[in-house]
Design a protein around this ligand. Structure first.
Ligand code: ZN
Length: 382
C-alpha cells in the first residue's frame, strides 16, 4: 500500500539490511510483498501503482489501462529492488521482472531523442498524453539517466566459483571469478532476436560454473559451445542454466532463445482486462498506434489469440530507432448501419470487417505524430 516509488525504495533498503544484518526475517518480508506485487498488482509492462490520487497502490487486481499512473520512477525503483533480491540466491524470477520492467515500463519513460520524459505510463491513450521536457517535480528525468548510466551493473554477477549472466544485449565486460579476470563479449541483436553469442577470454583455463539465464517467457532454447551442441539439463525452478566446465580462452557459447510472438492474458480477477489479450515477443510488450493503423478508436480492434504466434516479424532499422514490427490479421467493429441519430439499436448487432494490424514495441510509442495507443485488445475467434 501507499506511494509506489517510496514503497519500492523502502524495500530496496530492506533488502540491503537483510544482507548487511544477515536477517532472514527481512528477506521473508520482501518475498511476501514481492509476491503480492508481482502476482496481483503489476502491469504487464512492469508499471506499478495504478492510481493518480496517491501516486500509488489501490487494491489487488486493480489495473486500469488508460488511467494507469505507473510512474517511471516506480518502475525504476522496482528494477533496483529486484536487482537486490536477485543477488541473494540468483533466483531468475527477480531477473524476469527486472528485464520486463527495463524493456517496457521503464524505458517508455524516455523519448527517442533523449530529451522528453513520461512521468505517467498508461497502457492506452486517446492521443493527448505526451512526454514533456521537464516537470514541476522533476524526479523521473534524472532517475532515467541514473539507471542508464549504471545499466552495466545489472548484467552480470559473480561468486567464488560462479558467473551469472542475467541480461542479454550487445556488450563487453570484465569480471573477476576466483581471482582471475575474465573478459566477456556478448554479440547479439537481442531483444529483437534470440541469438546470443558469448565469447570468453582469460589468461589461462579456469574451472567455474557459468549460469545463463533462461527467461521466464522462453520455452525453447538450444546451446552450442564452440559450434557443438551442448546437452545440459533444463534450468531448475530458478531460471538459470548452470554449466560447470573448465573454460578456456577463446571459448564461444551460442545461446538461441526461441522468440515467437505470444498472446498474453490477464488473471480473470483483473476486471479491466476481461476478454482481452496483449502481444509480447521476447521481453518486449507490443502496442498498436494510430500512426500505423487507420482505425478510428483502436478499442474497436479485435485479435484472435490463436493467430498471434503467426504474426510476421520484420526488423525495420529506419523506424523508431530500429525496432521489430509485428503484423497480422485482426478484425474491426465497423460502423455499418449506425448514424448520428442512433446511440442504441435493437435486433441488429454490430458487424466487423477484417483488417491487418501493425504493432510496435510499447516502449517507443508517442515518438511520431500524436495519436491513439493501446496494449490490450478485445479477444475473439476471427
Ligand atoms: Zn518520478
Amino acid at each position: 500500500m501507499g506511494h509506489a516509488v517510496r514503497v519500492m525504495y523502502l524495500l530496496a533498503g530492506v533488502a540491503d539490511l537483510a544482507h548487511e544484518y544477515d536477517d532472514p526475517s527481512l528477506l521473508e518480508t520482501c518475498e511476501k510483498l514481492w509476491e503480492n506485487l508481482v502476482h496481483q498488482r503489476m502491469y504487464l509492462t512492469g508499471g506499478i501503482g495504478p492510481s493518480r490520487h496517491n501516486e500509488g497502490f489501490t487494491t489487488d487486481y486493480d489495473l486500469p489501462d488508460e488511467t494507469a499512473y505507473a510512474e517511471t520512477c516506480a518502475s525504476i525503483a522496482l528494477i533496483m529492488w529486484n536487482q537486490r533480491l536477485l543477488q541473494f540466491e540468483g533466483d531468475g524470477r527477480y531477473a524476469d521482472i527486472l528485464e520486463q520492467t527495463l524493456y517496457n515500463g521503464f524505458i517508455s519513460g524516455l523519448s527517442l531523442d533523449g530529451k522528453h520524459f513520461f512521468y505517467v505510463n498508461p497502457l492506452a491513450s486517446q492521443g493527448s498524453h505526451h512526454r514533456q521536457e521537464w516537470f514541476l517535480c522533476p524526479c523521473c528525468p534524472p532517475n532515467v539517466g541514473r539507471i542508464l548510466a549504471s545499466l552495466g551493473n545489472y548484467f552480470y554477477s559473480t561468486g567464488d566459483h560462479d558467473l551469472w549472466v542475467h541480461l542479454y544485449g550487445q556488450n563487453s565486460a570484465t569480471v573477476t571469478v576466483h581471482g582471475q579476470e575474465i573478459k566477456l563479449r556478448q554479440t547479439t541483436q537481442y531483444p529483437w532476436d534470440g541469438k546470443i553469442q558469448l565469447a570468453l577470454d582469460m589468461a589461462q583455463a579456469q574451472p567455474f560454473t557459468l549460469n545463463l539465464r533462461i527467461p521466464g517467457w522462453c520455452t525453447e532454447w538450444r546451446l552450442l559451445l564452440n559450434g557443438q551442441r551442448m546437452r545440459v539439463e533444463p534450468p531448475a525452478m530458478d531460471g538459470y542454466l548452470p554449466i560447470t566446465n573448465t573454460w578456456r580462452p577463446g571459448d564461444v557459447l551460442e545461446l538461441e532463445l526461441s522468440m515467437p510472438a505470444q498472446a498474453v492474458w490477464a488473471h480473470p480477477a483483473v476486471r479491466q482486462m476481461q476478454g482481452r489479450v496483449a502481444i509480447q515477443r521476447g521481453p518486449i510488450v507490443y502496442c498498436v498506434e494510430s500512426a500505423d493503423n487507420a482505425v478510428e478508436n483502436l478499442d474497436r480492434i479485435m485479435l484472435d489469440p490463436a493467430q498471434i504466434a503467426d504474426f510476421t516479424v520484420e526488423y525495420r532499422p529506419e523506424l523508431l530507432g530500429g525496432v521489430n514490427v509485428l503484423r497480422g490479421p485482426a478484425a474491426m467493429i465497423d460502423q455499418a448501419g449506425w448514424d448520428d441519430a442512433t446511440l442504441y439499436r435493437y435486433q441488429q448487432p454490430p458487424t466487423t470487417q477484417p483488417i491487418e494490424v501493425t504493432a510496435v514495441p510499447y516502449c517507443v510509442w508517442d515518438n511520431r505524430e500524436p495519436g491513439e495507443m493501446r496494449v490490450w485488445f478485445r479477444a475473439a475467434n476471427l
